[in-house]
Design a protein around this ligand. Structure first.
Ligand SMILES: C[S@@+](CC[C@H](N)C(=O)[O-])C[C@H]1O[C@@H](n2cnc3c(N)ncnc32)[C@H](O)[C@@H]1O
Length: 241
């Protein structure tokens, strides 16, 4: 996994089910491009990055650790929620500013080099039928030409996963789990993409310790042996068309 663990703790980037969701970070790093990067500079040096729906702002911290100038956003009060964690990294916090941004109404055009989010589309998609597309259109508009979108979202995965969510999760009604083919096709209308799916057992853990343990089993076994539609995390790297 990531060597940024030396500087930013992975628990400050990914809040839950971290062994599976953290797989997004090396995947994105592998595909990210920065024309301004030299051998001496960090991967996102001087890049303008927007995190949408950041809540505790974990991806903002990650992007800052790669040298980006970051706008950490959420619907309301992003600074109040994210700064207690960001305060732990004063050198990185200097690279982060805060702004309330609605992913359905982003007031920037041709501006950001990179936009990122994790577990936001599922909430937005539950609002109305067209909300997912509207969010992607807004992101497309806010990215500069050649800009890059990084995101990770929950997939429906199998009937076992959907049954377990209905049985054990309280917020089911306000979340729309995404169908693999459907999400992939929708994104392809606006972006060229590289994607992968990870995680099968991790989400079934009853607490974080179990999730992490099951996440390691996913890494060792299920991430390569099961059909991609059976896994529950969609990790996407997109280039603006
Ligand atoms: C499940 S939380 C995920 C938080 C964080 N990204 C993470 O993965 O830990 C969903 C987040 O999306 C935000 N959100 C919901 N609708 C949004 C919208 N229309 N625009 C921006 N953020 C939104 C919520 O405020 C919340 O912080």
């Amino acid at each position: 996994m990531e060597n940024i663990r030396d500087t930013v703790k992975i628990t400050d980037i990914i809040e839950w089910d971290k062994s599976n969701w953290a797989k997004a970070l090396p995947f994105w790093k592998h595909h990210l491009r920065n024309e301004n990067k030299t051998n001496e500079t960090k991967l996102l040096k001087d890049q303008k990055v927007l995190e949408l729906g950041g809540r505790c702002g974990g991806l903002s911290l990650w992007a800052a650790s790669l040298g980006a100038n970051v706008t950490c956003s959420d619907l309301e009060n992003p600074e109040k929620i994210a700064s207690p964690i960001h305060n732990k990294y004063p050198e990185l916090q200097k690279l982060i500013k805060y702004e309330s941004v609605n992913a359905l109404d982003i007031h920037y055009e041709n501006y950001f080099d990179v936009i990122c989010f994790k577990s936001v589309l599922g909430g937005v998609a539950s609002l109305h039928e067209n909300a997912r597309r509207e969010m992607l259109v807004q992101i497309h508009k806010a990215l500069r030409n050649g800009g890059q979108l990084l995101f990770a979202e929950n997939l429906t995965a199998t009937n076992l996963h959907m049954w377990a969510r209905k049985m054990f999760r309280k917020y089911e009604a306000s979340w729309s789990y995404q169908y693999f083919d459907d999400l992939r096709k929708l994104c392809s209308e606006y972006f060229d993409q590289k994607y992968c799916t990870v995680g099968f057992a991790g989400t079934l853990g009853l607490n974080e310790t179990m999730k992490v343990f099951l996440g390691h089993i996913d890494t060792a076994l299920f991430d390569w042996s099961l059909p991609e539609r059976w896994r529950y995390i969609f990790i996407d790297f997109c280039m603006k068309k």
